[in-house]
Write a protein that binds this ligand. Structure first.
Ligand code: SF4
Length: 496
């Protein structure tokens, strides 16, 4: 027996899969397991004691919902009583290969699914029905298992479309075969090292709670200027509950409620909201507000303020707006060399809260060298959450072959976590969800470091661990470098 077996009930399905694997140097064995539940159960009984490493069940199936089309691929999250935990990883890889893949529950029935049955099976939560997957997947008996079914017919094209739909399904099976081989190549036992602390900080928790409370007390819609925090999952969730995210205040109707995001706004935005009569709830993180206050104070004392940060970031734009004629953005040591302050003896610097500690130290060092009398902020501007997450990820990166950072691409502190790992030579990737993990990253990797940016929900970390556990035995341990207990109070508008 080879390490990977692919079970295909019908000859025509097995042929399509073998064709898809033609380019492979060492293709997995494709077994024709027989059509229907009885044959599948018999074959599963024979396979169960075999010494294969992982199993894939592939074939065509009946789509149960109208949003499916012939040729779509359904990657089973469950097949009968078997959970296929790595389904999000495989579906993501299929989508990156350009194939229309979704995850969902696959149900196995002992007859061709009838038109009238589809709605009730779908109402039970199934996305696709077939006649073999459940007994075959059970033969994996705890080993990694994946189920990939291509839709041949749908509620809108039940039998009339079965020939053309069947051809589309076989084409998809063929195209999916090399991707399935990659999934098999990624299987193996691993360990995950969790960085602690990780995920939500106090400022993000507060900002999300503000929007939730505003929705609860004022009802939808509640407008939010910019993303409340930089995370697609958080934004999508609040959107589904009635939050409306806008880029600028001119998209907010007169008199409506608007929440300012955790990244803060410039005084011009506040003035505009007040002129428009908008009901403002400010979710600016108190640690960002602290930097704004420092900018105002230094500017009032006649200082030129060098703001160390990244151009275009919302927090930087807000801070720059506090004292625009006195504040200059410096991103690098070269920017420091080019700085022309009004008075070299009256220079101060501030920082964006989510910078890399190491990178910011380089720029502040250049400032101290060029302006020995430079004034630093009263206390660190890079916030506790950023500093703690960078220290924690550094600790796990030192022991890992690869680090996964849960977070969105526009999340500054999450991007900095990736850079922190790379700086010490450990490859790292930013992912919004488990589906973003490329299976090729896992080749030869036995220890995976895992963390999440301050705006990424803890649930994403749990989903990633669950998906990785579907590739083989997974041990999970945590490296805690510090513990956090900071909480921020809510603004009066939602303190009920
Ligand atoms: S990362 Fe820091 S500054 Fe940003 S919201 Fe969290 S605690 Fe506040």
């Amino acid at each position: 027996m080879t390490d990977t077996i692919i079970c295909a009930p019908m000859r025509i399905e097995a042929r399509a899969i073998r064709r898809g694997l033609r380019g492979s140097a060492d293709p997995p064995e494709v077994l024709r397991t027989g059509y229907g539940t009885t044959r599948a159960a018999d074959r599963a009984g024979q396979l169960k004691p075999d010494s294969f490493g992982q199993m894939v069940v592939m074939g065509v199936g009946a789509g149960l919902t109208s949003d499916l089309s012939p040729g779509d691929l359904v990657v089973g999250t469950e097949a009968g009583l078997v959970t296929c935990a790595s389904a999000p990883l495989l579906a993501g890889e299929l989508r990156r290969a350009g194939l229309p893949a979704r995850t969902g529950r696959i149900t196995t029935v002992d007859h061709l699914v009838r038109r009238s049955e589809r709605a009730s099976l779908a109402a039970d939560g199934a996305l696709l029905a077939d006649m073999e997957s459940a007994p075959l997947a059970a033969a994996a008996a705890g080993r990694p298992v994946a189920v990939v079914r291509a839709v041949s017919d749908t509620p809108d094209h039940p039998v009339a479309g079965i020939v053309s739909g069947g051809l589309a399904a076989l084409r998809s099976l063929r195209a999916a075969a090399p991707v399935v081989e990659r999934w098999a190549g990624a299987c193996g036992s691993r360990r995950v090292l969790l960085a602690g602390p990780r995920s939500f900080c106090a400022g993000v928790e507060r900002a999300i709670e503000i929007v939730e409370r505003a929705l609860e007390s004022r009802g939808a819609p509640v407008y939010v200027r910019k993303q409340i925090v930089h995370n697609t999952r958080v934004v999508g969730d609040l959107e589904s509950r009635g939050a409306v995210f806008v880029d600028e205040l001119d998209q907010v109707p007169d008199g409506a409620t608007v929440v300012f995001s955790a990244h803060g706004v410039s005084p011009m935005v506040r003035a505009e909201a007040s002129r428009r009569g908008l009901a403002v709830i400010d979710a600016t993180c108190p640690l960002v507000s602290k930097v704004h206050a420092e900018a105002r104070r230094f500017a009032a004392d006649g200082y030129t303020v060098a703001l160390i940060g990244h151009a275009g970031h919302e927090e930087v734009e807000g801070t720059l707006g506090e004292a625009p004629s006195s504040t200059v953005l410096v991103q690098t040591a070269e920017d420091v060399a080019a700085l022309r302050p009004r008075d070299e003896k009256r220079v101060a610097y501030l920082m964006q809260t989510t910078l890399s500690v190491d990178e910011a130290a380089e720029v502040s060092g250049a400032l101290r060298e060029r302006f020995p009398a430079v004034r630093a902020p009263g206390s660190d501007d890079i916030c506790y959450a950023t500093t703690n997450r960078q220290a924690a990820v550094r600790a796990v990166a030192e022991e890992s072959d690869l680090v996964l950072v849960a977070g969105s691409a526009n999340s500054s502190n999450s991007v900095r976590l990736v850079e922190t790992c790379e700086r010490i030579g450990t490859p790292a990737h930013l992912i919004d969800s488990a589906a973003d993990i490329e299976l090729g990253w896992l080749t030869g990797v036995s220890t995976i470091g895992l963390t999440a940016g301050a705006s990424a929900p803890p649930a994403v970390v749990e989903e990633i661990i669950s998906a990785l556990s579907g590739l083989g035995p997974l041990s999970v341990s945590e490296r805690t470098t510090t513990t956090e207990s900071i909480r921020f109070g809510l603004p009066k508008e939602v303190r009920h």
